[in-house]
Design a protein around this ligand. Structure first.
Ligand code: ZN
Length: 224
């Protein structure tokens, strides 16, 4: 009886996509194991999952799958769990004294829902107001990518990107809007293929000043 109740509440959390904290829940010893060993162990367990499902692992098309999945998890789609992969954002002095809002919109991102391990993909729109320093534009993409490459909930992802940009840029004046499709909503469950999920992060002037926020939203709504 107790077990059934606990199970029901886990499933509720998963389908409602409730996140628990700003930090990705990681164990203390998360990075004590080398990547090569992680790949080896995940491969073994994934082979077991496929075997349990009744798939014939001696088939030419399937036999490489456990290794491919393990390598993809560790080196690609979940590589953002490991701080050693965090992009280093070098600051440059803003010589031309551009102190207006800088907006980078339509940054493509791919992530995975931590409740179902299926893709979330969409666009991120980022803005900041320089305090005298700037970072390379591609670094903004890389920061978005880094935090996306984890099992995620969209709310946490948005906040992690916002907080990282504040720190990298040394300014509070940062905004992030993310607009994403969740495969766990479209390909299963309620099977809704038209809805998208929007989340936002406003800090500094973007939080305090409505005009600044409106200006950002106006820029990201502009047709090219
Ligand atoms: Zn999900």
């Amino acid at each position: 009886m107790g077990i059934n109740i606990a199970r029901a509440s886990f499933e509720d959390i998963g389908d409602e996509h409730v996140g628990t904290s700003l930090e990705t829940p990681l164990r203390e010893d998360a990075f004590e194991m080398e990547d090569t060993l992680k790949i080896e162990l995940i491969e073994k367990h994934f082979r077991e999952i496929m075997h349990i499902m009744g798939l014939d692992l001696t088939d030419d098309s399937l036999k490489g799958t456990p290794h491919r999945v393990a390598k993809m998890y560790v080196k690609e789609v979940f590589s953002g769990l490991d701080p050693k992969n965090k992009p280093i954002a070098k600051l440059f002095e803003n010589k031309y004294k551009y102190n207006e809002m800088l907006v980078e919109k339509n940054i493509t991102f791919f992530s995975h829902c931590e409740h179902h391990f299926v893709p979330i993909h969409g666009k991120a729109h980022v803005a900041y107001i320089s305090n005298g320093n700037v970072i390379g534009l591609s670094k903004i993409n890389r920061i978005v990518q880094y935090f996306s490459q984890r099992p995620q909930v969209q709310e946490r992802l948005t906040m992690q990107i916002g907080n990282e940009l504040k720190e990298a840029l040394g300014t509070d004046d940062v905004a992030v809007i993310m607009d994403a499709d969740h495969m766990c909503v479209s390909s299963r469950g309620v099977k809704d293929t038209t809805s998208s999920t929007l989340t936002s992060f406003y800090s500094g002037k973007f939080e305090k000043d409505e005009q600044t926020r409106i200006e950002f939203i106006k820029y990201i709504s502009l047709e090219r």
